[in-house]
Design a protein around this ligand. Structure first.
Ligand code: GLU
Length: 449
């Protein structure tokens, strides 16, 4: 891991002391602080690290009990979280994650990243994140509904279209947003469309929101390729995951002339040299809520399923980690580099370990961090809020055009900032510095808040 600027070491040490055991949060903070050395050197207003200290402390952290009754009549207990991290640029904005691995450290890492990601979109949204250690896997629709209703019965008092606007993340899709919105509406007696994003198209949702994170990531990669006179045409790609982000990343790679030859879930991965069959993948994952092994079985001999080993051992030119945090480690990065990989772009949040990023950097593999590359999801959420506020709904084409433009603006902003700080082509530095300076300058303008 790169060392921190002298002035930032006490800031990081304080974060570790104040937030013991929250390793993912420490990692996310360290990654941003690594980029800020040249910024504190150039700008005396950040020099004592004071605004950076404040930025690392969430404005508000909410933890609550979520009791619910399963189909057998047994009372179950989960923990709910909402970390309202920073509202300098707008209402807190960020998804809810339902996954057994969720604890405060995960929510804080996601919320911290979200601050800078949301700033990069250029839209007026602050940063927040939430979720629960509830595991939706294997639960009936009725159980998921009762859980969501109980979760919202507590969360509703903290959110609102001008306050905090949750959306989906891992384990939270259209079904969950529906149950959450229904309960919010019922408790508050308000049809407040802008309180949640990722809604269904019949009740305030935006075209392209479902596709936006995956599409946006691939648009970003397309801009990275264009910047060096290259394109997706004829390129092979590997996409980890097979959820919402992965599915629409695969779709957009195929639309732009590339071929996705492998994807995965938490049990294994499938390799298909002729390209993943997206219609079947959507049917298995989105309709049947099945596993990748079901997809592989349906595909027969053309697909090779593996329950062991790493998807990153599959040779490819473009690698898109779209599953979860820390899924691509040092050994994986070395395998990708030695197999001739040109670009790694994060569709998930912090999927690449710091050691893996070092390996990719040393091997000159171009790398796009999630807070830039996957910002299309939350950007389209902000477009959904915009449509809700004006009681309008845009066509698919219009929403997609807006997404494409936003991704290009983020891409260019990262490169311009990297140039300004003498780090040409460094998307990590560009994203961190650009997001940071916007939020920090706004905080300074608003007084000691
Ligand atoms: N969970 C997504 C993210 O990581 C989207 C959040 C949103 O749409 O508010 O950015």
């Amino acid at each position: 891991m790169p060392v921190l600027d002298q002035q930032l070491i006490p800031v990081f040490d304080e974060v570790v002391t104040r937030n013991p055991g929250e390793n993912e949060f420490h990692q996310a903070v360290h990654e941003v602080l690594e980029s800020l050395g040249p910024v504190v050197a150039k700008h005396p207003e950040y020099a004592d690290g004071e605004v950076i200290r404040r930025l690392c402390e969430p404005e508000r952290q909410i933890i609550f009990r979520v009791p619910w009754v399963d189909d057998a009549g047994k009372v179950r207990l989960n923990r709910g979280f909402r970390v309202e991290f920073n509202s300098a640029l707008g209402p807190y904005k960020g998804g809810l994650r339902f996954h057994p691995s969720v604890y405060l450290g995960i929510v804080k890492f996601l919320g911290f990243e979200q601050i800078f990601k949301n700033a990069l979109t250029g839209l007026s949204i602050g940063g927040g994140k939430g979720g629960s250690d509830f595991d939706p896997k294997g639960r009936s629709d009725a159980e998921v509904m009762r859980f969501c209703q109980s979760f919202m019965t507590e969360l509703y008092r903290h959110i609102g279209e001008y306050t905090d606007v949750p959306a989906g993340d891992i384990g939270v899709g259209g079904r969950e947003i529906g149950y959450l919105f229904g309960q919010y509406k019922r408790i508050t007696n308000r049809y407040e469309s802008g309180v949640l994003t990722g809604k269904g198209l019949d009740w305030g949702g935006s075209q392209v929101r479902t596709e936006a994170t995956g599409y946006g990531t691939v648009y970003f990669v397309n801009d990275m390729l264009t910047a060096v006179g290259d394109s997706f045409d004829g390129k092979t790609a590997v996409v980890s995951g097979s959820g919402n982000v992965a599915i629409y990343a695969i779709e957009k790679v195929h639309q732009l002339g590339g071929r996705v030859i492998a994807c995965s879930d938490s049990n294994g991965y499938v390799v298909e040299e002729n390209g993943i069959d997206l219609d079947l993948l959507k049917e298995v994952k989105e309709v049947r809520r099945g596993r990748l092994v079901d997809y592989a079985q349906a595909r027969g001999s053309g697909a090779h399923y593996s329950a062991t080993g790493s998807i990153w051992s599959v040779p490819c030119q473009i690698a898109l980690p779209c599953a979860t945090q820390n899924e691509l480690d040092e050994a994986d990065a070395a395998a990708l580099a030695s197999n001739g990989c040109l670009v790694v772009a994060e569709g998930a949040n912090m999927p690449t370990t710091p050691e893996a990023i070092d390996v990719l950097r040393a091997a000159n593999v171009r790398f796009a961090p999630g807070k830039a590359a996957n910002a299309g999801g939350v950007a389209t959420s902000a477009l959904e809020m915009q449509q809700n506020a004006s009681r309008d709904s845009w066509s698919f084409e219009h929403a997609e055009e807006r997404l494409e433009k936003i991704m290009r603006a983020i891409h260019d902003r990262c490169l311009e900032t990297a140039d300004e700080y003498g780090a040409t082509g460094d998307y990590v530095l560009g994203a961190n510095i650009s997001g940071f300076t916007q939020v920090a300058d706004t905080m300074l303008a608003l007084g000691i808040i």
